[in-house]
Write a protein that binds this ligand. Structure first.
Ligand code: HEC
Length: 131
């Protein structure tokens, strides 16, 4: 249902854009915003299905919260690789290794099925929800 709403908003925004032939009025949602909404909804779903059990976002005391994750992982490719296969990154990266040890070597499962876009959507959701 949320998907349908998001898709409708994109179509609506795209149409109103064409009709005016110039910038969309503030009353209409921009194409960029509706794409963000679509990605946010997708990220929320992916997060709930794959990550939420171990990374609860509502408990501020949880040490596994993903607050500021992209500040700690300046290498985006490495972060994406960690999510797909944490053990492979722990084996070669000092930060990942120290974090793994700090969490008493509790291994995170691999999410090899997630593509770049899906990980981007998850991180978008996490960043919006944690702000
Ligand atoms: C079964 C529990 C579990 C699940 C499910 C899980 N994780 Fe983790 N995650 C961990 C643990 C434990 C760590 C701590 C590092 C380690 O031990 O490898 C971690 C660490 C991380 C880190 C690094 C945190 C930091 O401070 O640098 C990221 C990023 C991350 N997880 C993302 C995800 C994403 C995205 C998902 C869903 C696709 C997910 N995790 C699902 C257990 C889990």
């Amino acid at each position: 249902m949320k998907w349908l709403v998001a898709i409708f908003m994109i179509v609506f925004a795209a149409l109103s854009c064409k009709q005016n032939g110039k910038a969309i009025s503030t009353a209409t949602i921009s194409v960029k915003d509706s794409v963000t909404i679509t990605n946010y909804v997708a990220g929320k779903k992916l997060f709930a299905g794959n990550c939420a059990t171990c990374h609860p976002l509502n408990k501020h005391a949880d040490p596994q919260m993903l607050i500021g994750i992209e500040d700690r992982w300046t290498d985006k490719a490495l972060l994406y690789e960690f999510i797909r296969n944490s053990q492979a990154v722990i084996a070669k990266d000092a930060y990942a290794k120290s974090m793994y040890e700090a969490y008493n070597k509790a291994a995170m499962p691999s999410f090899e099925n997630l593509n770049d876009k899906q990980i981007e959507q998850i991180l978008l959701y996490v960043n919006i929800i944690l702000k």
